[in-house]
Design a protein around this ligand. Structure first.
Ligand SMILES: [Zn+2]
Ligand SMILES: [Zn+2]
Length: 169
């Protein structure tokens, strides 16, 4: 079981309130500050597995995320156990298990970063070529962002543009 379960300060943690931010108090139902009873009912819904994930046993929303007190359970978990964070930021599951509510498996990211990671996690390119290491070409955009392309697709489009040039000459 993760050590956070045994954190002696867990139930007496100071509430951080940052204007405009998603506060711990915000996350609990009806603006109530999470207390011992709230935490107990949170953990009542948690079943840790061998890989360290805290699998949510309570209600799931249509996207497969746990729901606790009317908010996504993993957001509630991060907001309470780690820190308050702006509402427009997203929680990325580093373990890729949506119903996991272990705050140690969650990283706060911007929406675009989250989408990029989700695309990176797909097993194939959009034409179905496997993302094997030898099939990945990476380059850096002017913005400093690193993107990847499928070598098969790139070779294919290079061949096409060569053929077009040939036909045009
Ligand atoms: Zn997890
Ligand atoms: Zn491809």
């Amino acid at each position: 079981m993760a050590p956070i379960f045994n954190d002696p300060d867990l139930e007496t943690k100071e509430q951080t309130v940052v204007p405009g931010f998603q506060t711990r108090a915000d996350l609990a139902t009806a603006g109530k500050v999470p207390n011992r009873r709230t935490l107990r009912s949170f953990f009542f819904n948690v079943e840790p597995d061998d890989s360290g994930c805290w699998l949510w046993q309570g209600a799931l929303n249509t996207s497969g995320y746990g729901v606790f007190r009317g908010v996504p359970a993993h957001r509630w978990s991060y907001g309470w156990f780690v820190e308050a964070f702006p509402r427009d930021l997203q929680c990325d599951h580093l373990c890729r298990v949506r119903r996991c509510v272990n705050p140690a498996h969650i990283e706060i990211v911007t929406r675009s970063e989250n989408l990029r990671r989700a695309a990176d996690a797909r097993p194939t390119c959009k034409r179905g070529h496997i993302w094997a290491p030898e099939n990945i070409v990476r380059w850096t955009l002017a913005s400093g962002r690193v993107v990847r392309t499928c070598r098969h697709c790139k070779d294919h489009s290079n061949a096409q543009s060569m053929a077009r040039k040939k036909a045009a000459s």
